[in-house]
Design a protein around this ligand. Structure first.
Ligand code: ATP
Length: 263
């Protein structure tokens, strides 16, 4: 039998109790993300992107349906998934090197081999000169690189990111998107990221899952595969391509329709 490597979300729904009422936040979401690909959950505020990501992380229990990663059922957080949040989640009392090593230590790995792993990922995110610095000595973008390096040092099968660059200025955000793509392509990491930014979703994603809201449903799956024909890391070529403009406009219309439905 063929193995379904990658992420599979089948018929997921999620209800919350709020003020004595039951709110259906997500309704019958099914999607799949092949191993080694970057997926982006995109949609208007409140459509359930973070809730879905948290369920994939095992931090939240679905009300219905199931999730598998590489054919294994997801029902709690585990080492096969690593999560990077919008807020910089470094430990302020640890150096960059110790922050990156922390995840390995709590997983019981402290061998010389893993010191190599720590240095490898510090280099991969371009922080080798700052390995002995503390988080308060770093910019926001650099602190987010520490979080990415720390998470990747565990070699998760799936990297989950909730608006990881949302707090960064536009220029740093571009740099971080390029850095992320270069690291995950090299390491062949599967990534699922949440974004509400159309440009970011199309730039990062091999697959973009557009969710509608109230309740959150998978409205459209988009494949920005036009990027294969463009030079790598060339933002201008990307932004100026007709395919990008066409998809951007299409998603803006989807977003506008969502706003209308909510009005
Ligand atoms: N713990 C909770 N209790 C009650 N309702 C919740 C809870 N968590 C989320 N919700 C509701 O579920 C819906 C989806 O929320 P979620 O935060 O997942 O959306 P989102 O698309 O990530 O939004 P944003 O882009 O604004 O972060 C919202 O209506 C929200 O109010």
């Amino acid at each position: 039998m063929l193995s379904a490597r990658g992420l599979s979300v089948s018929g997921i729904s999620k209800s919350f109790q709020s003020g004595g009422r039951t709110i259906l936040a997500l309704d019958d979401i099914s999607l799949s993300l092949p191993a080694g690909k970057v997926g982006v959950l995109l949609g208007p505020s409140g459509c359930g992107k973070s809730t879905l990501l948290r369920m994939i992380a095992g931090l939240e229990t679905p009300s219905g349906g199931g999730i598998t990663l590489n054919d294994r059922a997801v029902y709690r957080p585990a080492r096969d998934r690593g999560m990077v949040f919008q807020d910089y989640t470094s430990f302020p009392w640890l150096t960059v090197r110790d922050n990156v090593a922390y995840g390995l230590k709590i997983n019981g790995d402290s061998s010389a081999l893993n010191e190599g792993t720590v240095d490898h990922f510090i280099r991969a995110v371009g922080l080798d000169k700052f390995a002995d610095a503390y988080p308060h000595q770093l910019s926001g973008g650099m602190r987010q690189r520490v979080a990415i390096a720390r998470t990747l040092a565990n070699y998760p099968d799936l990297l989950l990111m909730d608006e990881p660059f949302g707090a960064l200025d536009p220029e740093t955000r571009w740099q971080m998107q390029d850095l992320l793509l270069s690291v995950v392509r090299k390491e062949r990491t599967t990534v699922m990221a949440v974004s509400h930014d159309i440009e970011e979703a199309l730039y990062l994603g091999d697959v973009v899952f557009f969710l509608s809201r109230h309740p959150g449903r998978l409205k459209e799956t988009l494949y920005p595969d036009f990027k294969a024909g463009l030079p790598e890391n060339d933002r201008e070529a990307f932004l100026q391509s007709d395919d990008y403009r066409r998809l951007d406009l299409h998603i803006r219309r989807l977003m506008r329709d969502e706003g209308r439905d909510a009005a």
